[in-house]
Design a binder for this molecule. Structure first.
Ligand code: HEM
Length: 502
């Protein structure tokens, strides 16, 4: 053997080893670099650091570990994104890879996760449901054709506020908005009101929707440790089965009754969404069956009611604690719409730049879904040299982005004026303001939410002067937040409508 042979053999073996490691890492990037994050405890990971308000605690942690961070929630690897640049990487560059959903145990109720436009991974069925949303429910022409239904709901809201005004009684703005939004969505979908304003009247349905939001929003140990699901240690799943069972039963009855009418050909007068989904017309052939419609309507009512109404409630809270902004908005409304025939219509919104700025500023400070709806990586992906492993949960902390002083000056102040000279919009292209998400999982209800929040806020401001209940002063309004499926106020906003202008 020549003296160089051992050297050649060693070089050959090292090269093989290097090639093996290279291919192993390529095929199994989990072993490569996760984004940095706080060191996890054994078994529980970082659960204790997250606490009751994850959007706030994750925002603090990201100041130490960066805008792409890993936390372990029990056995779930979670990647937290807290900057517009990283959000764009996730929702634009890696849109399809990160478009899966982590499904909570409570949301597997009645196999909802297999039928839900919110919780299905992208699939043929999900695409069909999303297409139904975009073309049959939330298209401009469909929304224009159902505008009168919503204007009637707005009128009913004002009648109730008038009554409180006459009696000098305070009202709960969040509840008022919730009832109006719920009825506006249900009227748009199937021409039926689901709730009433007076306490006790038709509360049942509202309570089911609230119950679902609460159970889905509460941290559940069975999600951190899926092996515990069979035990349902907190009882969350059985409570959810109860609420969701009642909701789906009610919706199924509504759809069933309408199908009977269709069979008897007595439904010509229905211009609502259900009418269009059950239409006889060839070009409108139904793309979805009865069960799909029931679960889709359930999704739309739950996803739409709390998000939209809490936006109105936060906007009112900000305006009542900033009286000059409130006056500015009222002046804009009076000048554009006029005091004689005060009738706020959806088409008026384009003439009201300050109103639009108020809503953007509200959604910047108080996004109803501060971490969006959790996404899931469908494959391993590489972001800025780090690995996001397949099945990791992805949280996009838009609450942190909305309060980042490197993006917004005086980020904690309510300053709608910042949007008057700016082109930034919330339709999913400007990643510093994405309260409805972006990319393929963007909220399909945006066009309806847009009309409802502007219409309701403008009407409440235009029609009344407002006095805080319990003799509170504007600076005493409590702005504390409570994390759930949507970001709620800890203290509901109560105010007395006074001095009807018209
Ligand atoms: C101010 C009001 C609203 C806000 C801020 C809002 C926000 C959001 C957000 C952040 C998402 C998740 C996006 C993501 O995962 O990246 C979402 C999804 C969704 N929203 Fe909304 N939403 C609002 C109103 C509505 C309304 C009125 C409806 C329907 C009536 C609705 C129906 C849905 C549905 C069906 C999804 C699931 C889409 C999917 O997973 O593909 N939302 N919304």
């Amino acid at each position: 053997m020549d003296s160089s042979t051992p050297f050649l053999v060693l070089t050959f073996l090292l090269s093989c080893l290097w090639i093996l490691i290279f291919f192993h890492q390529k095929q199994n990037p989990k072993s490569s670099k996760l984004p940095p994050g706080p060191p996890p405890f054994p078994i529980i990971g970082n659960i204790l650091e997250i606490g009751k308000n994850p959007h706030q605690s994750l925002s603090k942690l990201s100041k130490t570990y960066g805008s792409l961070m890993t936390v372990k929630l029990g056995s779930i690897t979670t990647i937290v994104i807290s900057s517009p640049t990283m959000a764009k990487e996730a929702l634009h560059k890696h849109d399809s890879t990160f478009s899966g959903r982590t499904v909570l145990h409570t949301l597997q109720t009645f196999d909802h996760h297999k039928l839900s436009v919110v919780f299905l991974d992208p699939s043929v069925h999900w695409k069909t449901l999303k297409r139904v949303c975009v073309t049959k429910i939330f298209s401009s022409s469909q929304l224009d054709s159902t505008q009168n239904l919503r204007l009637r709901k707005l009128q009913e809201m004002l009648e109730y506020a008038n009554e409180c005004c006459r009696k000098g009684e305070g009202l709960d703005i969040g509840e008022l908005a919730f009832t109006t939004v719920l009825n506006s969505i249900s009227s748009t979908l199937f021409s039926i009101d689901l709730a009433g304003y007076a306490s006790g009247s038709s509360r049942e349905f509202r309570d089911h929707v609230w119950g679902i939001m609460e159970e889905a929003g509460k941290p559940n140990i069975a999600d951190f440790f899926p092996v515990l699901r069979v035990l349902d240690p907190q009882g969350a799943r059985s409570r959810m089965d109860n609420y969701a069972g009642k909701l789906f039963k009610m919706l199924d009855d509504i759809v069933g009754e309408r199908m009977e009418l269709v069979r008897a050909s007595k439904m010509e007068s229905f211009t609502d969404v259900l009418g269009s989904l059950l239409s006889h017309k060839e070009e409108d052939k139904p793309q979805v069956g009865r069960l799909d419609i029931v679960h889709l309507f359930g999704d739309l009512l739950v996803a739409g009611a709390d998000t939209t109404s809490s936006t109105v409630e936060w906007a009112m809270a900000e305006l009542l604690s900033n009286p000059q902004k409130l006056e500015k908005l009222k002046k804009e409304l009076q000048q554009a719409i006029g005091e004689e025939d005060i009738k706020m219509e959806e088409s008026n919104v384009s003439k009201l730049p300050f109103l639009r700025a108020v809503i953007k500023e509200t959604l910047r400070l108080h996004p109803p879904a501060p971490l969006l709806v959790p996404h899931k990586a469908l494959e391993d992906a590489d972001i800025c040299g780090f690995t996001v492993p397949k099945n990791a949960q992805i949280l996009i902390n838009i609450w942190a982005m909305g309060r980042d002083s490197t993006i917004w000056c005086n980020p904690n102040q309510f300053m709608p004026e910042r949007f008057l000279e700016s082109e930034i919009d919330f339709k999913g292209h400007d990643f510093e303001l994405i309260p409805f998400g972006a990319g393929r999982r963007i909220c399909p209800g945006l066009p309806l939410a847009f009309r409802l929040v502007h219409l309701m806020l403008a009407s409440l401001i235009l029609k009344y002067n407002w006095k805080l209940a319990d003799d509170l002063h504007p600076h005493e309004i409590d702005m504390e937040e409570k994390f759930g499926l949507t970001l709620k106020r800890v203290q509901p906003l109560r105010a007395i409508p006074t001095e009807v202008i018209s």
